[in-house]
Design a protein around this ligand. Structure first.
Ligand code: SF4
Length: 249
């Protein structure tokens, strides 16, 4: 190898042409923390889990909320009612007219029927249950909420579930099932089946409004099926709370 070839090869290991050894990797500029007072007005901002310390703080944000178009037509925001530490949570679709007027979920005819259904297996609505919906403002004309409206309101629902921390969640109707679990199955196919969602025990059941439209009590009718489902819920609740079915609630 000639002298010039040798020096050419050695120059391959020459660090002279490279940049100087890199210094510490610059840290990207920190994202400014999300101002809490912006959350209720900007539907694009996520509401991270753990944002709210308690249901009162969440209620406060919901009352000011403009995250989706349903805000424009509401009289009241319908956030939830019941025991804040309830072992049983019931999630519906959205507020109707009576709920919009009162600010309370499930107080119209559907709510009254739901109360009767719970009473039939001695589940005390006031002391055992927390009720809310997938959206907190009334959709116009009682239409189903859109996927965008459900998505905008979902962080509030997730926070309510986290704060109440129920042992069982009942999902009333297909919209509630879809809004919570993402499953698109028809309600008649999956009602009465226990399912695991996010580590929580859930059961889809008929929406009480559907039962109001189907009055038959014949074996196999929606009311008869609901009776089977709610007895199963009562038994599971007893089991999870470690009490016998004969004990009073
Ligand atoms: S439905 Fe939910 S996200 Fe939409 S404005 Fe009402 S509270 Fe906000």
């Amino acid at each position: 190898m000639s002298g010039s070839e040798q020096s050419e090869q050695i120059s391959l290991f020459d660090l002279g042409g490279l940049a100087a050894a890199p210094g510490p990797v610059p840290t990207p500029p920190a994202m400014p923390p999300i101002a809490l007072d912006r959350l209720p007005t900007d539907g694009r901002l996520p509401i991270p889990p753990g944002t709210y310390d308690n249901l009162e703080a969440l209620f406060d944000h919901c009352r000011q909320c403009q995250r989706c178009g349903l805000a424009a037509g509401r009289t009241n925001v319908v956030v939830g009612r019941g025991l804040p530490t309830a072992p049983l949570m019931i999630i519906g679709e959205g507020p109707g007219q009576t709920e919009d007027e009162t600010g309370l979920p499930f107080v119209g005819k559907s709510g009254q029927l739901l109360e009767k259904i719970l009473e039939s297996v001695r589940i005390d609505l006031a002391n055992e249950v927390y009720i809310c919906n997938v959206v907190r403002c009334r959709p116009p004309g009682n239409r189903a909420p859109t996927p965008e409206e459900i998505a905008a309101c979902r962080p509030y629902l997730m926070e309510q579930i986290r704060l109440v921390n129920p042992k069982i969640i009942l999902l009333t109707g297909a919209t509630a099932v879809r809004g919570v679990t993402g499953r698109k199955d028809g309600i008649t196919k999956i009602r009465g089946q226990w399912m695991d969602w996010d580590g929580r025990l859930c059961m889809p059941i008929f929406h009480p409004a559907y039962l109001l439209r189907n009055q038959s009590r014949e074996k196999g009718s929606p009311k008869w099926l609901m009776w089977q489902d709610i007895q199963g819920v009562r038994s599971k609740l007893d089991e999870l709370l470690g009490r016998s079915s004969s004990e009073e609630f």
